[in-house]
Design a protein around this ligand. Structure first.
Ligand code: ASP
Length: 439
C-alpha cells in the first residue's frame, strides 16, 4: 500500500479541538501512516505560540531570572489538551524533566524543541501510534547542517519498525547527541525528510489556508487558490516573496520525486494545492500560475559604446561585485548596456566603492544606480503554449499607468520579471492579476 506522510502546523494543533480534527484526518485515509506535529500555535490573534514561550523560558533561565511562571503557562497548555482528550500518560514526569533542563544548554535548541516533542507525545498517545524521536533519526553535522544521507538511512530503518508513527517536527541531533533545531518553521523540513525516508507517494502539509494563492491577499482581494503547480514554478514564486512552506522544505521531496499537497485542517474537504514535477496539463487551463514580488531593489546601469565587442566585459563587472561581496539577482543586458539588479540592502554603504571599481575595471561611458525598484515575477508553465502573454501583461501595466523600468524573461519561458518603481508595486500586481484572471 502506498504511504502518505502528513505534517500538521501549529494552528492545526493549537488546542484539543484541533487535535480531534487532526485525528479525524489521519484516520480517514489508511495510507496516512506517519504524522509530523508542530508545537501548538496561537488559538486566537492575541495568544502566544508555544515555541516563542519556550525560547523566552530558556533566555530567562540562562540569565538566572525566574522562568517558572513562564514555563507554568507552557505546561498548562499541554495539561489542558491532555485532560480535554482524556489521555492517560505521565505528562507531569515529562514536564518536570524539561523544567529541570531548561537552562542546561547554552543554545536554546533543546528548550525550543520540547514544543514539538510534547505535541508528539500527546498525539501518539491520542492515536495509539508509535513515537519516533527525531534525535535518533535526523542528524546534523558539527556545523549544524543536515546530514541528509545518514538521516535517510537511520530514519528509514526506524520507520520500518512502525506501521504507524508520530515523529515530532523541527529538530534532530548533532554528532555529540545534542538536540539541534532547524530554523523557525522547520517542521515543514522534517515532514519532507520523513516523506523521503518513508518513500511516500505523497507529502501532505496541513495548515490553516486552503492552498497557495495566486497573489498576495494583502494586495489582491480574494485571490484564487492555485490547484496545481510545479516545483520549479513554486521556487520562482517563493524566491520572489510568496510564503507557503519553509524554503528548505521542498528539496528532500523534490529530489525524491514526491508530490506535496498543501491542505487546510479546518476545511479537509478542499483539495488544496498540489506541487509536483509535472502538473496534470488537464488540471487547469490558466496561462499564469501565480504572481509574486518584492520591493527595494536597485539597478546598476552600465553603458559603453561597443560593449558587445569587448571580450570579458561582463566578467569584469561581476568581478567588481564579487570583490565587494555583493550578490546579484538579475542581469538584463542590451548591445551597449548591461544592468545588474541587486537587493538594495546588499549595496548599503558600498555604492561609491562599487561605482569606482566598475570604472577602474571596465572604463564605461556611464554608470548609474537607480534605487527604490520593485520586482514582480509573473510565473506560469502555461506561458509557453499561449502566444501574446507578454503583450497582455505589458498592456495591462501600461493601462494602469505603470512605468516598466526593467524586463527580464527567463530562458525557460516560465517567468516574466518586470521592475517598476516601489510606489507602483501594488498597482502593478493588481493590474497583472486582473489581466489574467477573469472574475
Ligand atoms: N515550532 C517551530 C516554530 O515555531 C517550528 C514549526 O512550527 O515549524 O518555528
Amino acid at each position: 500500500m502506498e504511504v502518505k506522510v502528513a505534517k500538521f502546523g501549529g494552528s492545526s494543533l493549537a488546542d484539543a479541538s484541533q487535535f480531534v480534527k487532526v485525528r479525524d484526518i489521519l484516520l480517514a485515509d489508511p495510507q496516512r501512516r506517519y504524522a509530523i506535529p508542530s508545537a501548538p500555535g496561537k488559538r486566537h490573534a492575541r495568544d502566544k505560540k508555544i515555541t516563542d514561550m519556550l525560547y523566552a523560558c530558556h533566555k530567562a533561565a540562562r540569565a538566572g531570572e525566574p522562568s517558572d511562571d513562564l514555563f507554568d503557562e507552557v505546561a498548562a497548555r499541554y495539561i489542558r489538551i491532555a485532560q480535554d482528550l482524556r489521555l492517560t500518560l505521565d505528562l507531569q514526569g515529562e514536564l518536570d524533566t524539561i523544567r529541570r533542563n531548561l537552562a542546561a544548554y547554552e543554545a536554546p535548541d533543546y528548550a525550543a524543541s520540547r514544543g514539538e516533542y510534547l505535541s508528539g507525545i500527546l498525539l501518539s498517545a491520542y492515536l495509539g501510534w508509535g513515537f519516533v524521536d527525531p534525535a535518533q533519526g535526523i542528524f546534523f553535522d558539527s556545523r549544524g547542517w543536515l546530514d541528509a544521507e545518514r538521516t535517510q538511512q537511520a530514519l528509514s530503518a526506524l520507520l520500518r519498525g512502525h506501521g504507524h508513527a508520530v515523529i515530532p517536527g523541527f529538530y534532530g541531533a548533532t554528532p555529540d547527541g545534542a538536540v539541534h533545531t532547524f530554523s523557525r518553521g522547520g517542521s515543514d523540513i522534517t515532514g519532507a525528510i520523513v516523506a523521503r525516508a518513508a518513500q511516500a507517494a505523497l507529502y501532505e502539509n496541513w495548515t490553516d489556508v486552503s492552498g497557495c494563492l495566486m497573489a498576495d491577499p494583502r494586495i489582491v482581494d480574494n485571490p484564487l487558490v492555485i490547484n496545481q503547480i510545479s516545483y520549479r514554478e513554486l521556487r520562482e514564486l517563493s524566491y520572489m516573496g510568496a510564503t507557503v512552506l519553509h524554503e528548505d522544505a521542498l528539496f528532500p521531496v523534490r529530489k525524491a520525486g514526491i508530490p506535496t499537497n498543501i491542505r487546510n485542517t479546518n476545511a479537509p474537504q478542499v483539495p488544496g494545492t498540489l506541487i509536483s514535477y509535472h502538473p496534470d496539463p488537464c488540471a487547469d487551463d490558466r496561462v499564469i500560475t501565480g504572481i509574486a514580488g518584492r520591493k527595494d531593489f536597485c539597478v546598476i546601469a552600465i553603458e559603453k559604446t561597443m560593449m558587445n565587442a569587448e571580450l570579458g566585459f561582463g566578467r569584469r563587472v561581476l568581478q567588481a561585485l564579487e570583490e565587494l561581496g555583493i550578490s546579484f539577482e538579475h542581469l538584463p543586458t542590451g548591445i551597449d548596456t548591461m544592468c545588474v539588479v541587486c537587493n538594495q540592502q546588499a549595496l548599503a554603504g558600498k555604492r561609491a566603492r562599487l561605482v569606482r571599481r566598475i570604472y577602474e575595471l571596465t572604463e564605461p561611458d556611464t554608470v548609474e544606480i537607480h534605487s527604490e525598484m520593485a520586482l514582480i515575477a509573473t510565473v506560469g508553465r502555461g506561458m509557453v503554449r499561449s502566444p501574446g502573454t507578454s503583450a497582455r501583461l505589458f498592456s495591462a501595466l501600461s493601462e494602469a499607468q505603470v512605468n516598466v523600468r526593467m524586463i527580464d524573461q527567463g530562458s525557460s519561458e516560465l517567468n516574466i520579471i518586470v521592475g517598476v518603481d516601489n510606489a507602483d508595486f501594488e498597482r502593478a500586481v493588481r493590474a497583472i492579476y486582473a489581466a489574467f484572471v477573469t472574475p
